[in-house]
Design a protein around this ligand. Structure first.
Ligand SMILES: Nc1ncnc2c1ncn2[C@@H]1O[C@H](COP(=O)(O)OP(=O)(O)OP(=O)(O)O)[C@@H](O)[C@H]1O
Length: 499
């Protein structure tokens, strides 16, 4: 090709539409990608990103639209056909079969094992055995295995849907570097994410969807963030709320939940912390430092092997999640599928904890419950077009339902594990405000986040866990990303550096 000849797009989709009954998921979506480019596909929760990826990769049949691959009109009728055409997705939720081993899963997809092993190592997963059962592996590892499996198939276009949302910072870094390096070698990537920092780091362009329609396609350049947000939302977003230091809790006074020398599982070795009423206490840790076990022990899902938990100075011991709930500890897991009744409605899912509580009052309380549920849906702007079943909601809207139910029910102590995973920028801000509101009303919140920027936005203080132990406690005012990151890697502060 001469330099004057226009380059044929590797993939060019135009005028794609898709309805689910009355719900218009895509109305006029388009996207073009050249060889070696990374294009960010952006849009608020429910804008149609996942649906678009499913159409492009043959998992859903569009109602209208054209897809050209290397200049040729193609009907991508099935995932197998998409794969043959060089398009391979990594979906938002892990796609490996839990009841099978890693090796069996690879066999099912004809994945070359040596290439897979290469990518697993490159992406920073150590100690994986091919006979490990998928169901026993943590969510972050599963996401990486999905990516490694896709890379091993050497697709022309890799479609990554919220790839980093469930990953801790160290793995995010590896994924971003790997994806960029692959693009530099000529692989194209469609990258769905709500995280601007990642998009600025690796993407060449951003295609923006709003209500199922492509409303912009811009090169990534300094200052593009505000433009993208405006296109995504169709309005100008208020400035991010900052925590009101005057109302924040400084971690002083009597602790509501007191944890001493807690050990559990193979990773949590010795964690002590005090969670006060009215406090949002952040937990920061790289993958696998014991944070899962800390939350599971507090939620009564696993038994500690050592240490004590006390609530208002009364020692407690949980043999079952019901014991933790009875003691006022409410756990919202990171894996939204764990917490939702997928085939039930949004209303039923949000009303669930209240139903347990109010059943003895019967119909008298039904109106109050319905009002609270409606208020929670409204506060979180849950997309209710697909009210029938939670499984039909977009991923971000499902996550909002898991949080919305506790806003409706009211809580004493909330254990939030990475609550904003896959949630768009506007809703994230609403969630920070809601968490702060719950705290202002006297609730205690323990808040694990894999996104370091959330600590100063939502928390009063953060404990940093490394190798199963608390290595630092950092006040929100000092919790900038470099400080948190160094602490998370177990690096002590340099002599003379301010705390
Ligand atoms: N199988 C389905 N049945 C009915 N409605 C659906 C189905 N799948 C998606 N939808 C609806 O289509 C719309 C677009 O959803 P989609 O998952 O594509 O959004 P998204 O942009 O990926 O959102 P998120 O950022 O929250 O993942 C939503 O209103 C969703 O509820």
């Amino acid at each position: 090709m001469t330099e004057h000849e226009p380059q044929t797009s590797l993939l060019d989709a135009q005028g794609v539409s898709k309805k689910f009954g009355a719900v218009v998921a895509l109305r006029d979506a388009s996207l073009t990608i050249q060889k070696g480019q990374i294009v960010a596909l952006m849009g608020a929760n429910g804008a149609g990103k996942s649906t678009f990826v499913k159409v492009l990769t043959g998992a859903l049949r569009p109602d209208t639209g054209h897809v050209r691959i290397k200049g040729e009109e193609r009907r991508v009728g099935s995932p197998a056909e998409a794969r043959r055409s060089g398009l391979l997705p990594v979906y938002q939720e892990p796609s490996l079969i839990p009841d099978l081993s890693v090796a069996d899963n690879l066999r099912l997809a004809d994945t070359p094992v040596d290439d897979f092993r290469h990518w697993v190592a490159e992406l920073g997963i150590e100690g994986l055995r091919l006979d490990d059962m998928i169901g026993a592996l943590p969510l972050a590892t599963l996401r990486i295995l999905d990516l490694a499996r896709a890379l091993a198939a050497k697709p022309d276009v890799l479609l990554l849907d919220e790839m980093t949302a469930a990953l801790p910072t160290d793995l995010v870094d590896k994924v971003l570097r790997t994806v960029r390096a692959q693009a530099d070698k000529g692989q194209s990537v469609i990258y769905i994410s709500h995280r601007f920092a990642e998009i600025a780091q690796i993407c060449d362009r951003a295609t923006v969807l709003r209500d199922g329609e492509t409303v912009g396609d811009l090169p990534i350049a300094p200052g593009v963030e505000e433009q993208v947000v405006e296109l995504m939302l169709g309005t100008v977003l208020d400035k991010a709320p900052t925590r009101d230091a005057a109302t924040g809790h400084g971690g002083k006074g009597e602790a509501h939940v007191r944890v001493r020398h807690l050990a559990a599982g193979s990773k949590l070795e010795d964690v002590s912390l005090d969670l006060h009423r009215g406090e949002v206490l952040g937990v920061v840790a790289l993958e696998g430092q014991g944070q899962d076990e800390l939350f599971e022990a507090l939620a009564g899902m696993i038994k500690p092997t050592a240490g004590q938990i006390a609530i208002d100075d009364v020692p407690v011991s949980f043999s079952h999640p019901a014991d933790a709930i009875a003691a006022g500890l409410t756990y919202v897991p990171g894996d939204r599928a764990d917490g939702l009744l997928m085939s039930r409605s949004v209303h039923e899912n949000i009303a669930l904890p209240q139903l347990a509580r109010i059943s003895k009052w019967g119909a008298i309380r039904m109106k109050a419950e319905a009002d609270k549920v409606a208020a929670a849906i409204d506060r979180l702007q849950i997309d209710t077009r697909a009210m029938g079943e939670v499984q039909r909601l977009s991923g971000g809207n499902q996550q909002k339902v898991t949080i919305g139910r506790w806003i409706a029910a009211g809580v004493d102590t909330l254990l939030l594990f990475d609550p904003t995973r896959g949630i768009d920028v506007r809703t994230k801000r609403q969630i920070y405000l809601l968490v702060r509101e719950l705290a202002a009303q006297g609730a205690s919140v323990l808040y694990y986040t894999s996104e370091l920027a959330e600590v100063p936005a939502a928390c009063d203080r953060a404990v940093v866990i490394f190798n199963g132990k608390v290595v630092d406690v950092i006040e929100a005012a000092d919790a900038d990303e470099p400080t948190l990151m160094r602490a998370a890697y177990g690096l002590t502060r340099a002599e003379g550096e301010p705390a």
